[in-house]
Design a protein. Structure first.
Length: 255
């Protein structure tokens, strides 16, 4: 069931979104060669703790997962697309890192993700990052009253496909509110004019994930969580929680 939020609820979710943005900014600032992924998780935990927020990631166990998620961020490096579990890996110069983070404040959830290069970027990674960010912006711009989910999906997918990137069809955006994952599903590729009708008060997380090798195939690590490109190419992931309003899309996870 799709829940349409009231204006006060959207305002409350904006407060949660700022906590998510702060956590991502702190993690990005701490990421450097030699830093362990577990240390980045501790940075995010500190931000949530300071804001009296809890994590919707920690202990989360969807149907596909063999174990509850053990961290407050997903840290996916290089060929990892999403759901990477922070561990003792030390970041290296040139790594492409995707960080996904959520928060819950006063019962309302927020969810966002960023990708970036540690140290010296590769030109092909810069292109991947720029394209994925552009796709996120296009998806957000399409989220207006009277449009449909397919319009958002098409806006994202057309940019990724034109750039020659792969797109996982099994994972994408979602509704969000009292729960981190709610209806409707927001695929990263689709046909315009199809799907759920967008109206004011709908809050969704839009999150393009592009695979540099050009194929859509992925594999799952033995941990049951981490998704990797099947061809070993790199991946990027950006995400914002947004509200559909009469005045256009409102991004709730900006600083």
């Amino acid at each position: 069931m799709v829940e349409i939020k009231t204006e006060p609820a959207v305002d409350a979710m904006r407060l949660t979104g700022r906590v998510v943005a702060d956590a991502l900014a702190a993690v990005r600032a701490a990421a450097a060669p030699g830093v362990r992924l577990l240390e980045l998780d501790e940075v995010a935990r500190a931000v949530l703790r300071e804001a009296s927020a809890t994590s919707p990631f920690l202990g989360y166990r969807p149907s596909f997962a063999p174990t509850p998620f053990p961290a407050v961020i997903c840290a996916s490096v290089n060929d990892a697309i999403v759901h990477g579990i922070p561990d003792g890996y030390r970041l290296r110069d040139g790594d492409l890192v995707s960080i996904d983070c959520g928060a819950v404040v006063d019962g309302w959830a927020g969810d966002a993700a960023i990708s970036f290069t540690v140290g010296t970027p590769r030109p092909e990674d810069e292109r991947l990052l720029d394209t994925t960010q552009r796709a996120l912006a296009a998806g957000i711009a399409a989220a207006v009253p009277g449009a449909r989910i397919g319009d958002v999906s098409h806006a994202i997918g057309s940019i990724g496909r034109a750039a020659g990137y792969g797109i996982s069809r099994d994972f994408g955006g979602h509704g969000i509110g009292r729960q981190m994952h709610e209806d409707p599903s927001v695929p990263n590729d689709g046909r315009p004019g199809r799907g759920f009708l967008l109206r004011p008060g709908l809050v969704i997380a839009i999150e393009p994930m592009f695979l540099a090798g050009g194929t859509d195939a992925y594999v799952t690590d033995d941990d049951g969580w981490t998704l990797r490109t099947a061809d070993g190419s790199r991946a990027a992931h950006f995400e914002h929680t947004i509200a559909v309003t009469e005045d256009g899309p409102r991004v709730l996870t900006m600083p």
